[in-house]
Design a binder for this molecule. Structure first.
Ligand code: PLZ
Length: 452
């Protein structure tokens, strides 16, 4: 390819042309146009929003993001586990566009539309749990969490909530109190709502003896405050922001049993790990458990804002009529996008590819665990992470420097964990083998460069 045709390909919005070029850096990152826009951004947008890589995106195709300078980035972030079917999936675009032309909004509490019901039906049929279900749709993940608590409190007439170490459930007042990490999520924002208690977990990578101790401690915390005062226990099946923590075998089953024993509503927050991310539709399937309420968001709407609480019919119907809702809850454009996501997931190829991603990541990154500074490679499916730690403790500095190096070379990666010492990989589920491999090669080189 000549330099001119490479440039033409980079500026083309034709998917074939974008794909043919794969990762390509025409400028340093951020490029000149991104830098201009960033200066504008600093003039007009609050500084309170952080940014991983100050690059402005023009368009996308599969696992590639094309910026305003024509650079092609390999996307290992998916907008934080949202664009699991790709950031420009034609099926999502087609259904959403058709809906945009029909009508954009009625408010489901004013007049109804079929796609809302169809999304609820699909979720009732596909979320774990062999019982009759009902679903409520909302807009953001935090809103789904908030509403699950409202349902649990109304149904049990109890107030307290049990959450876990390293948990992330959102940024609203209540979900901020449920989230574990102080900085940046809670700092300076108090006083936080009460009635939220925190319990330990049994991470597989630090619990060689299994979950028994943690489960005992949970029982002790419930006993101390009165198990009969707890409305809900809320847990992510694989913790996301907290560090891609897979629990020791049996821990989630143990939580399930404790909740049942005390009549506490078990809320499984599948907002990051669900919708095919781990190679099954829901991550709780790996543990053979079902929540009384299961929460979906992020990948559910294929990039459009949509969230859901799906639970036992008797719980979801325990709230008085008019007690749940929201102007934009289950927006029709987002519902159409979700129906496209369901079609794509049902096909099965994306789920299979998520498992392919796990194997490729393990093959490439597990050998690095022998190096001083790399402690662990973990995760499931297309939700994988590498943890940096040495004898001195967590090494957030290594994770951040390696992630920044990968970002600068056009491989968009995120960090996570209470100590920021984990690089997480969340590519679109359908990422092609060669793109994945190229991204992993860059990431490996970035990690090796900071360790040497
Ligand atoms: N529950 C498990 O992962 C969102 C947060 C990004 P919202 N995670 C990304 C940030 O820094 O704000 C998340 C999650 C789990 C709930 C949420 C909240 O979902 O759609 O961001 O409200």
């Amino acid at each position: 390819m000549t330099a001119t045709s490479a440039l033409a390909a980079n500026h083309s919005k034709d998917p074939a042309a974008v794909r043919a070029a794969a990762r390509r850096l025409l400028t340093e990152l951020p490029g000149p146009r991104s830098r201009e826009l960033e200066a504008e951004r600093r003039q007009h947008v609050t500084d309170a929003f952080g940014v991983t890589l100050p690059v402005f995106i023009d368009h996308a195709h599969d696992a590639l993001l094309v910026d305003v300078d024509g650079n092609h980035l390999i996307d290992f972030a998916s907008g934080i586990a949202v664009t699991s079917v790709g950031a420009a999936n034609p099926k999502v675009a087609k259904r959403a566009a058709a809906q945009l032309e029909r009508f954009t909004h009625t408010c489901f509490m004013v007049t109804e539309y079929e796609s809302f019901v169809e999304v609820c039906r699909w979720l009732n049929e596909h979320t774990p749990g062999d019982f009759e279900k009902r679903t409520a749709l909302f807009t953001t993940g935090a809103e789904a969490v908030e509403n699950a608590i409202k349902v649990a409190r109304a149904a049990t007439r109890r107030a307290n909530i049990l959450v876990f170490d390293e948990a992330y459930h959102g940024r609203t007042q209540l979900t901020m109190a449920m989230t574990a990490k102080e900085n940046p999520y809670r700092l300076n924002f108090g006083p936080l709502p009460g009635s939220v208690f925190r319990a330990p977990t049994a991470p597989a990578h630090t619990s060689p003896d299994g979950p028994a101790k943690a489960l005992e401690k949970i029982e002790a915390i419930l006993a101390e405050h009165g198990a009969e005062t707890f409305a809900a226990m809320v847990i992510e099946p694989i913790q996301g922001e907290g560090g891609f923590i897979v629990q020791a075998p049996g821990f989630l089953k143990g939580i399930r049993e404790i909740a049942t024993r005390h009549g506490i509503v078990l809320v499984i927050d599948e907002i990051q790990a669900g919708m095919g991310r781990t190679g099954t539709l829901f991550a709780s399937e790996h543990e053979g458990i079902a929540g009384d309420i299961t929460l979906s968001a992020k990948a559910l709407g294929g990039g459009l804002p949509l969230s859901a609480a799906t639970g036992r019919a008797e719980l979801m119907n325990a709230v008085h009529t008019g007690g749940l809702g929201g102007t934009y809850a289950g927006n029709p454009v987002a519902c159409e996008a979700a129906l496209a996501v369901f079609e794509l997931l049902e096909d099965g190829k994306l789920l299979k590819n998520a498992t392919f991603v796990e194997n490729a990541v393990r093959r490439r990154l597990e050998p690095l665990v022998e190096l001083d500074g790399v402690a662990d490679v973990r995760g499931r499916g297309a939700m994988m992470a590498i943890e940096f730690r040495d004898a001195s403790g967590p090494r957030g500095d290594l994770a951040v420097t390696a992630a920044k190096a990968a970002n600068a070379h056009g491989v968009l990666t995120l960090t996570c964990g209470t100590n920021g010492n984990i690089i997480r990989l969340l590519p679109p589920l359908g990422i092609e083998a060669d793109v994945l491999d190229e991204g992993l090669a860059v990431l490996e080189a970035s990690i090796r460069s900071v360790l040497s």
